[in-house]
Design a protein around this ligand. Structure first.
Ligand code: NDP
Length: 307
């Protein structure tokens, strides 16, 4: 790949101002510009959040997200478009967000914040609040997100087991289960946390059977993608008291439709697909892109290559 023009597609402004990344990348020996949809075709490489048909005319596409489920992977492969993703940068941010959810449930902060917006001085019932040491979490998906989550909640005293395709252990987890054993892995956990990529095998992974298997005191957390959960089944499980509550950053439809019952549930925390947000996001992406431009110059393979 001969890189002359690298575009920063405007869709990244959902996460950071495109100009911040353009400035960060201005040290590169290539022309870096912010591009709208019509200007994509004039670039050799594009950093983008969203997919556009014009990306088929580009040699290398870099996704600002770790999840690449929005890109047509097979069609890119056929067209000879290289795709890299931003896995590796979200461990601490998402880990801290998940720790925040767990602390909210344990210390009843979500409840008290809700009361405070209505100026109500309302304490938790005597047996509602608890502390995290001694609780257990099952993290499904043990990559950057899963390990970052295990690291941060581990420092709060939560004992964490992992689930991946194989049961090969990892140092961040007390035990490891293969995904074929998902129902056994989640059965004893106080917190079940989804951190897997959305693929044809993980679509709907958390359905009625999984929620039936969870403890009725357990909380479900989704920081992966909405479609790894059967959302109607989750709503049923919450309404039936089969599980205690949920913290959800991602949904089948985003933004979460106003009519969704999830907005109204006392024990459901809804966040707007923002678990990985940080003011340093453009710098983290910039580092990945600079590293890969260097690799291209040296004739080396791209890091984080998906297609
Ligand atoms: P990684 O590629 O680092 O990790 C994914 C992990 O999932 C791998 O370790 C893999 O382990 C495991 N895995 C893959 N397929 C399966 C399966 N069928 N069953 C069980 N485990 C599986 O990705 P990240 O951790 O960086 O990101 C994970 C996903 O989280 C992204 O794809 C994205 O959708 C989402 N995400 C959401 C964010 C948010 O803002 N809410 C931010 C960043 C990511 P093994 O190979 O051992 O099976």
């Amino acid at each position: 790949v001969e890189l002359e023009r690298l575009g920063i597609q405007q869709s990244v402004d959902a996460i950071f101002p495109p100009a911040e990344l353009a400035t960060d990348l201005s040290v590169l020996p290539v022309e870096v510009t912010v591009v709208d949809e019509a200007e994509i075709a004039g670039c050799d490489a594009v950093v983008t959040r969203n997919h556009f048909e014009a990306l088929f005319d580009v040699e290398w596409v870099h996704s600002t997200q770790a999840g690449v489920d929005r890109f047509p992977l097979e069609a890119f492969a056929e067209a000879g478009v290289a795709l890299t993703n931003s896995t590796g940068i979200h461990g601490r941010t998402v880990g801290e967000t998940v720790a925040g959810y767990l602390l909210a449930f344990a210390r009843r902060l979500h409840d008290q914040l809700a009361s405070a917006t209505e100026r109500r001085w309302e304490r938790p019932a005597w047996d509602e609040a608890f502390t995290l040491p001694g609780t257990t979490a099952c993290v499904v998906g043990t990559g950057t997100l899963g390990r970052g989550i295990a690291d941060v909640i581990g420092s709060l005293g939560v004992e964490t087991v992992g689930v991946r395709r194989s049961d090969e252990p990892l140092p961040e987890f007390e035990a490891m289960y293969a995904v074929a054993d998902l129902e056994r892995a989640i059965a004893d956990a106080d917190f079940v946390i989804a951190a897997v990529p959305l693929t044809e095998t993980t679509r709907g992974l958390f359905g009625a059977a999984a929620f039936e298997r969870m403890r009725s005191e357990a909380y479900f957390v989704n920081v992966a993608r909405g479609a790894v959960v059967d959302e109607p089944a989750l709503i049923d499980a919450l309404e039936a008291g089969q599980i205690a509550g949920a913290a959800l950053d991602v949904f089948e439809t985003e933004p979460l439709p106003e009519a969704s019952p999830l907005w109204e549930m006392d024990e459901v925390v809804v966040t707007p697909h923002a678990a990985a947000y940080t003011r340093d996001y453009y710098r983290d992406v910039g580092e990945l892109v600079r590293d890969n431009v260097g690799r291209l110059e040296r004739g080396e393979a791209l890091a984080n290559r998906v297609v």
